[in-house]
Design a protein around this ligand. Structure first.
Ligand code: KG4
Ligand code: ZN
Length: 336
């Protein structure tokens, strides 16, 4: 039977709902970005949760209308439980609990990182074992999945996440928030060999990362350059992007060599980066490692990935009730 699953995502500053079925893929989906945060150079939690309050109901109604269904026709509801901003998560969670309680449709809390991972399963079943490089604003992790629901953490960042490094460097260069897409754009006009920025923990022999030294090196370089012309901004952006993407690709290769797994998927907002994709292909393809990534709109926060995760959780019998709570931090744990 073709069952439809609703996903709700409000962990940070995007309000999103989507409807997924394994047979049909993504049936409907909408994401409302909150543009006000750009004025402050970062996400303001209070503004984010208030915007979710205003936007969630209309977004939900519009995806249900697009799918042409009512609540009783849903096979399940998945909602991002954490990690994320507590106020933002609570809006999505309370809403999901209310519609589940009112309709009797089963509910499952979803870990945001598993959502990013399962963005890779939107267009078809995944093959296992598989490696995932999860790179977002809050996370940089290499994960080995034996199957959906069984995950092993291979390594992660000791300080800043890759996306956080992009965002902080973007701010230092006076580029619009979020830094990732702005740096990628500015880097197109720049020379990636202009500055030799540090590659943290490059030779540690472990699948771990560090990006705080890079951020400091970029700050010192920017201070020493004096007035920042567009050409200089391009050079710093291209050189910093190269430093981040190169270590991400090198450590991914290391994880593949250590585990012998020949399949790697990218996940999370930074996976949208074209230079990262290019470098990963250059380094991994010669070793016969199959590489894939979700479409750009499913790399950054979205609800399609949560609706897809809901399908797997609810089909496996996962059920949550009104006691379901948020968690601001927390590792992805195995559940199958
Ligand atoms: O997955 P995501 O939307 O939210 C979190 O879960 O954090 O990731 C957001 C992060 C931001 O740090 C943003 O700068 C980064 O992803 N990002 C990019 C690109 N697009 C988004 N970083 C590099 N290149 C991009 N094209
Ligand atoms: Zn995310």
């Amino acid at each position: 039977m073709d069952r439809l699953f609703l996903g709700i995502e409000t962990s940070c500053d995007d309000t999103a709902c989507a409807i997924f079925s394994r047979e049909r893929g993504l049936v409907a989906g909408r994401t409302a970005e909150q543009l006000d945060h750009g004025l402050y150079g970062g996400v303001v939690p209070e503004i984010a949760s208030r915007a979710h309050m205003r936007t969630l109901l209309p977004i939900f109604e519009s995806v249900m209308e697009e799918a042409g269904i009512g609540l009783p026709e849903l096979g399940g509801i998945g909602v991002t439980q954490g990690p994320g901003l507590t106020g933002s998560l609570l809006v999505g969670l309370s809403f999901a609990k209310a519609i589940s309680y009112g309709s009797g449709v089963p509910l499952a809390g979803i870990h945001h990182l598993e959502g990013h991972i399962l963005a890779n399963a939107l267009e078809g079943e995944l093959s296992f074992p598989a490696l995932f490089l999860v790179v977002s604003g809050g996370h940089t992790q290499l994960i080995l999945a034996e199957r959906i629901g069984r995950y092993r953490f291979l390594g992660g960042t000791r300080d800043d996440a890759a996306g956080e490094a992009f965002d902080k460097i973007g701010k230092l260069l006076g580029l619009p928030f979020p830094g990732g897409p702005s740096i990628e754009r500015a880097a197109r006009e720049g020379d990636r060999a202009a500055f030799g920025f540090p590659r943290g923990l490059r030779r540690s022999g472990e699948c771990d990362f560090s990006f705080s030294g890079l951020k400091t090196a970029v700050r010192l370089k920017v201070e020493s350059l004096g007035e920042l012309t567009d050409a200089l901004v391009g050079d710093v952006a291209a050189s910093a992007q190269e430093a981040i993407c190169e270590v991400l690709a090198e450590k991914s290769l290391l994880a593949a060599r250590k585990t012998g797994v020949k399949r790697l998927h990218l996940a999370g907002g930074v996976a949208a980066n074209g230079r990262l994709r290019e470098l990963m292909e250059d380094m991994l393809a010669p070793e016969g490692i199959e590489l894939s990534w979700p479409a750009v709109r499913f790399c950054t926060d979205n609800a399609a990935m949560i609706s897809c995760a809901a399908y797997y959780h609810i089909s496996a019998g996962h059920r949550d009730g009104l006691e379901l709570n948020t968690f601001p931090r927390g590792e992805l744990v195995s559940w199958a």
